[in-house]
Design a binder for this molecule. Sequence first.
Ligand code: PMT
Length: 218
Amino acid sequence: EQNTRLAGKKMIVTAGGTREAIDPVRYISNNSSGKMGYAIARAAMNAGAAVTLISSSETQHINGNVNVINVSSASEMKSAIEDNFEDADVLVMAAAVSDYTPAKYSEQKIKKNGDELDIHLVKTPDILKELSKIKDDQFVVGFAAETQNLLDNAKQKLTKKKLDLLLANDVSDKAIGFNSDNNQVSFIDETGVFKKSDVESKDKIANELIDIISERID
Ligand code: PMT
């Protein structure tokens, strides 16, 4: 389905769960497959946008004219976004970025000594919050992945991260959210929830998102 809703627009989409290395063979990550972000990148491409997809997914693929930048950690994802943000019209952060990373990376594989092993973690920078400080007129969209108090937590994220739009999904439900083909989202802006999708394919949700973005920019 080709159309021109986003013709001439530059869009960054992020997808997948970041991987925070502990040592050369181990990392901390999460269950994000990248399906939601890839669906958005495809929908944006089909709408005529010039898409940069910054991905930490190891399973998803995209065909067509998309600039894919593969990253691993939250810090690599942050740099790749920053390299492209100034020129962008729209950013959609569907990636599940790790909130914490090991304080110290072990150059050698950690040996199995003792019955317990402590790994000390430190906070990663909040990418969306950092970008809100340098934001010009980019339209910035975030997600909120919650297991409780979905809408309250999501509204707080919209405000704290100074987002134009936020999609809240309940990731405690295995039929939607992480790694499923379907999702269900509440679309939130400063007025609150203005639309709630049915449980439907991530491709369908991606197209609804592209409709909303194209109505709201310029
Ligand atoms: O990839 P799939 O398997 O298809 O699953 C899709 C999904 C559930 C991962 C996706 O729909 C989703 O909810 N993505 C956001 C996951 C997330 O990290 O949510 P959060 O509520 O922890 O973070 C809120 C927002 O801040 C997100 O847009 C996130 O990208 C961003 N963030 C988070 C941490 C951080 N250090 N910097 C950020 O910018």
